[in-house]
Each structure stands twice: as structure tokens, then as C-alpha cells.
Design a binder for this molecule. Structure first.
Ligand code: AMP
Ligand code: ZN
Ligand code: FE
Ligand code: FE
Length: 289
């Protein structure tokens, strides 16, 4: 059987393998994200929230209702030598105790970091309480974008971007490095939970590509070549690198919300459905019927 979307130059818009919801720092609830995907006539969405899979049940239910295929994903943060590396996990088993234990640990470490960020900001003359930040995050995985939103509510800054640039980014007065697992360990967690591990936005730090041999040893399956913010040349170079290393070249917009950032619109990245099939195979999940 031929698959119309299986091609070297896939049709943009049908598949997006990197999407955040309100379960982490996205602006749309899982059902609203899937409704948008359906309105755009998309076929497949991977939910890849930061250090949580809590958005999956709502997304899967919405996907069943609207005919959008949902890939169970997660974006796990890891640290190496003072920089942060993100690993995407696809087709993870939400009932995996390895995964659940790790994500539970992340909740605590994220809250502890927010406590320290609030302390630092308060000491710098910008009083902010943990409760203000947690109420922005709601029941979701709390992160710096929520701190920035709480700072906007206080009138300290006008945009989330300004919050990162002035206070929350590395080296800024409110920056606190979160305790995290090592990148190879993050790949191991994804593998142990039945998923396929992919290096997210490989140019986010210069350290990421240098780690490839170690990550491949740990069981890495792919590289995010078609990333929302990368130009065509960069995407092509990453796709060639993936191919030379026998890795799957994946793609996703890193959608956080409508109008969040240029290049990050839902479905803005050309990924074929064949990539979904390759990831499913790599994850060891049963073949697509
Ligand atoms: P955290 O997970 O708390 O370390 O926050 C990092 C997340 O914040 C990233 O994964 C992005 O989703 C988001 N982020 C990073 N930099 C910016 C920025 N300049 N403006 C808005 N969001 C950002
Ligand atoms: Zn995010
Ligand atoms: Fe990321
Ligand atoms: Fe992301």
C-alpha cells in the first residue's frame, strides 16, 4: 500500500512532532491544541511537554474524537557541564515506572528551583512568591516561562522574552540551574519506558552535537533536523548528519501557542508520516495497522 505523504519532500503541515500544552508551558490545553490541529487538517501530533506526560490522556481523547493521531511523547531536560540538553521521547509507555519515577522527581526539582529563583528575585528587589508562580502554572509542570508570566502580572516586565533576557536566562540575576539527569541517562529513561529517543533542537547549545557518540551508545534513535527555528540549509545539514549516523531525521515546530515565536507555528515544519512510522519501529511498538 502506498502512503501519499511518504516522500523525500513531504507535504508541510500534516505532522508535528514537537508540541507543548498547558501540562507544561504551552498556552493551549491539550484538547484545544488537537482542535487547532484538526482545523488545520493535520494527521499526527506528538505531545512533548517538558518533563511531564500529564497532557496525554486529554489529547488522546480529543484525537479520537477528531481523527487526529496522537503520539505519546515527552521532552526530558538533562544537564551536562552547565548546559541543558533536551531529549524527546516518542511512543513512551505512560505506565512505565521508570518514566513515572523520573517525572515525579522532576516535579520536586522544578518546584525547588522556582523557590530559589523567587528568593533571588526578591533579594534583587523584585519580590515574588512561589505561590504566584505556581498559580500561573496551574496543575502543570512549572518552568521559567511561568515565572516570567508572574513577573508580568507584577508589572516588572512586559513579555516572557524580556523576562528571560533580563532576569531568567543563564548568567542573569534570577538564573538558577536546575538539578537534572545527564543526557545519556535521559536517553536511557526513554528507552526503558519503551520509547524512541531523539536529540531536540541540536543547535540549542554547542555541546549537543559533541555528545552524539555518547548518546548513540545510550540508544539514541534520531536527530530533530526539521526544527521550527532552523533555516532550510541548517535542516538539510542536520538531515545529512542524521543519515550518515544511521539516525532518523525528525522534525517539529516546538509549538507553545499561537504567535509564540517566529517559525514555531503548529504544523509549520515539513515532516512526512514515514518519520512517525520509523520512530514507532525504533521504539519497538507494534506496527501501525
Ligand atoms: P525551563 O523548562 O523552566 O528551564 O524553561 C525553559 C523553557 O522556556 C524552554 O524550553 C522554552 O520553552 C522556554 N523559553 C526559553 N527561552 C525563552 C524565551 N526567550 N522566551 C520565551 N520562552 C523561552
Ligand atoms: Zn517550553
Ligand atoms: Fe526544548
Ligand atoms: Fe520544546
Amino acid at each position: 500500500m502506498t502512503d501519499a505523504s511518504h516522500s523525500i519532500h513531504p507535504t508541510p503541515g500534516a505532522v508535528d512532532l514537537h508540541c507543548h500544552t498547558t501540562a507544561s508551558d504551552g498556552f493551549l490545553a491539550p484538547a484545544a491544541l488537537i482542535a487547532l490541529a484538526s482545523a488545520q487538517q493535520m494527521r499526527t501530533i506528538a505531545i512533548t511537554d517538558h518533563d511531564t506526560i500529564d497532557g496525554l490522556p486529554e489529547a488522546i481523547a480529543a484525537g479520537q474524537g477528531l481523527g487526529v493521531e496522537i503520539v505519546s511523547g515527552v521532552e526530558i531536560s538533562s544537564n551536562t557541564g552547565g548546559t541543558e540538553i533536551h531529549l524527546l521521547g516518542y511512543f513512551v509507555d505512560p505506565s512505565s515506572t521508570t518514566l513515572i519515577d523520573h517525572l515525579r522527581w522532576c516535579i520536586d526539582s522544578r518546584i525547588q528551583r522556582v523557590e530559589r529563583i523567587c528568593e533571588r528575585l526578591t533579594n534583587a528587589g523584585l519580590p515574588l512568591t512561589v505561590d504566584e508562580v505556581l498559580s500561573v502554572a496551574g496543575s502543570g509542570s512549572v518552568g521559567r516561562p511561568h515565572v516570567a508570566q508572574a513577573m508580568i502580572a507584577r508589572g516588572y516586565i512586559e513579555t516572557i522574552g524580556e523576562g528571560f533576557a533580563r532576569y531568567l536566562g543563564r548568567g542573569k540575576p534570577g538564573f538558577v540551574q536546575r538539578e537534572n539527569v545527564a543526557p545519556g541517562k535521559a536517553v536511557g529513561i526513554i528507552r526503558e519506558s519503551g520509547g524512541a529517543a531523539v536529540l531536540a533542537h541540536p543547535y540549542a547549545t554547542s555541546a549537543a552535537l559533541q555528545l552524539l557518540p555518547e548518546l548513540i551508545d545510550a540508544g539514541l534513535a534520531g536527530l530533530e533536523a526539521w526544527y521550527g527555528e532552523y533555516d532550510t540549509h541548517t535542516r538539510q545539514r542536520l538531515a545529512e548528519l542524521a543519515s550518515s549516523l544511521d539516525l532518523i531525521a525528525t522534525g517539529g515546530s516546538d509549538f507553545h501557542g499561537v504567535g509564540f515565536k517566529e517559525g514555531r507555528a503548529l504544523g509549520s515544519v515539513p515532516v512526512g508520516h514515514d518519520v512517525v512510522d520509523q520512530l514507532r519501529l525504533a521504539a519497538g511498538a507494534p506496527a501501525h495497522s
